[in-house]
Design a protein. Sequence first.
Lengths: 128, 292
Amino acid sequence: MKTCLVVDDSSVVRKIARRILEGLEFAVTEAEDGSKALEICQQQLPDAVLLDWNMPVMDGFEFMGHMRRLPGGDQPKVVFCTTENNVAHIAQALSGGANEYIMKPFDKDIIADKFAEVGLLPVGQAMV
Amino acid sequence: MTPTEYEYLRKFLKDNSGLDLSADKQYLIESRLLPLARKAGLSGINDLVQKLQGGSRELITNVIEAMTTNETFFFRDKVPFDHFRETIMPEVIKARAGRRSVRIWCAAGSTGQEPYSLAMCLKEMGAALTGWRVEIIATDLSQEVLEKAKAGIYSQFEVQRGLPIQMLMKYFKQTGETWQINPELRAMIQHRQLNLLHDFAQLGTFDVIFCRNVLIYFDQDTKINIFNRLARQIEPDGFMVLGAAETVVGLTDTFRPIPEKRGLYKPNDPRTAAAKPALAGAAPRLAVMAGR
């Protein structure tokens, strides 16, 4: 089973994302900020990170920079999932090593499409 | 909705658009037509049926449009676009190296996601098509849908379905909450209103025809008729792409599936295909529909 770390300071968003991702057969772990997410990644890297941008303690962009520098940290697919929905933020995320980018609000179809896009789901599954 | 009302709508849609609903599509009618009825100030389906029987021209158009508009998103199903990049275009580029032009028809272009996806694929090919004349003709039954396709403006939801983020950044411009496809790509596409039941010979011949997820709504005779007319609009070495749930097999010999390439077809030599019985039978039906 593939693993996904959901990083968001909103417990509601984490809960919705968990439900969607479990429906897509991911094993889900959660973190409420970048710092906690980094601790998890130092133990074990997930296959994917669904990553909010604005969070207390450490934001998503800073977390991604730290995670990418861990041994094997280039492997996880990072999918941003944020209300920062402008070109400048998207460009910054992509040049900082993000694989995909979701502009909130999101739904199951968008998550499935984007995870298929980074190669973590077969294409057909995104169509269900 | 009473069974009589349902039967009326079924027949109405069949006669006016070729849409062939099975006996159990009440939910589809309700989900598409109730909002429309309310918008028109009607109380429900029964009111709507009465208005249709009264011959309200505007309402007739709206009902057909509401029932024949499909969900669509960028690079829908992926596979057809892989075929386009990896099989179709390399062969077309070789075969048309002399005249350096390619004509593509999206026969159910809908709100533009399919033709624009093809346009993006072509742009990504870069130098291989430098100096080529590329024509993409996108047709749809619905004028409202065509207007949206022409504008090329999509909601945040729409640009997140099927479109890789790099493509969004490269080919769209953000305007507030919406995203508009670049003028350069918009200029690659001609949008035209067209009912596939009617004659489309005036469009000319094409190297590539995308005809996805529209024939599923037609009955068998209509499908055969459309396939046979599509065969006349395609170059002998051209390609046709159908939707994932569609096939020509058992319907016509004018096209043959390409092995290992799901949804991809080539026209058969008309002299051999014409001898087969599958071609017969269809012509009188066309006369009936065209004469309506």
